[in-house]
Design a protein around this ligand. Structure first.
Ligand SMILES: [Zn+2]
Length: 275
């Protein structure tokens, strides 16, 4: 009797183990798991597939400062030169950041590429659309325009339609205030107005939440730094020369001025060293 019970128990245990084994290793069960696992992959957005690499040293970014892409004075870079510079950046493996990506780079101390640069254009000249945009679009490079919102559609300045067109080609429109007055010469209330009204214009007309401002003529004071933060910008650029670094403060980021007539060596040196 006891032997029969023991034998039955052993048979029962063996059958149960086999049942469990079959259940967990059946090909059907695997397929189900695979299907569930592969589904979300297809839904991953392109931006998320760029691998950001943590940096060991604090991130420093060359923010290149352009104005008009034409000839005539020391602020204007001729189209042929600009084309060569963009080709150089592309061939050298530079990734052109958006302002949001730059903020992420500073916040996380990581980069989406070994070499990065932020291309900026102050004042919103028409030639940014006619000359710079075709070059940037052909190279799949991203740029940032600092618009003086009150000059929209005025002589030599971008129209609303041109800006909307540029956004489709990965150009970001950010603020260069409403009227381009030197902020340090204004009372804080007026500074707040210049900063908030231009932000509102960009939000309402271009459906973009502006996070970056370029102080007109690079002028600012303590009120400017406070006002910029109060209005809701995340960062601001000056015209002080050098590579941009979080250590300088988000509202005092340095830039690299591009003057006409630079050799490729000087251009490269400028980007690598900021001076
Ligand atoms: Zn300006």
């Amino acid at each position: 009797m006891i032997i029969s019970i023991v034998v039955l128990f052993i048979i029962g245990t063996l059958c149960y183990n086999n049942f469990i084994k079959e259940k967990t290793t059946s090909p059907e069960a695997n397929t189900v798991i695979k299907k569930v696992a592969t589904k979300p992959k297809k839904e991953v957005k392109k931006a998320e597939t760029v691998k950001w690499i943590k940096q060991t040293e604090p991130v420093k970014i060359p923010i290149l400062m352009y104005h008009s892409i034409s000839t005539g004075n020391s602020l204007r870079v001729p189209p042929a030169e600009f084309k060569q510079q963009m080709a150089f950046l592309k061939e050298s493996g530079y990734y052109t950041l958006t302002p949001a990506e730059m903020y992420k780079a500073f916040e996380t101390n990581s980069l989406p590429s070994k070499k990065v640069v932020l291309l900026t254009f102050d004042d919103g000249y028409t030639d940014n659309y006619t000359e710079a945009l075709p070059i940037l679009a052909a190279n799949k490079q991203q740029g940032t325009i600092f618009m003086i919102t009150d000059t929209t559609g005025k002589k030599n300045h971008l129209t609303l339609a041109q800006m909307q067109d540029m956004i489709k080609d990965n150009i970001t429109i950010e603020s260069h205030t409403v009227t381009h007055q030197e902020l340090n010469s204004l009372k804080k209330e007026l500074q707040l107005k210049e900063l908030s009204d231009s932000k509102l214009f960009i939000k309402q007309r271009l459906k973009h939440d502006s996070i970056l401002v370029s102080y007109p003529v690079g002028r600012y004071n303590e009120d400017t730094l406070a006002a910029t933060k109060e209005v809701g910008y995340k960062m601001a650029v000056t015209t002080e020369p050098g590579l941009a670094s979080k250590a300088d403060g988000y509202f005092k980021l340095k830039r690299v001025r591009v003057v006409p007539g630079l050799s490729q060596e000087s251009y490269q040196h400028l980007i690598e060293n900021g001076l």
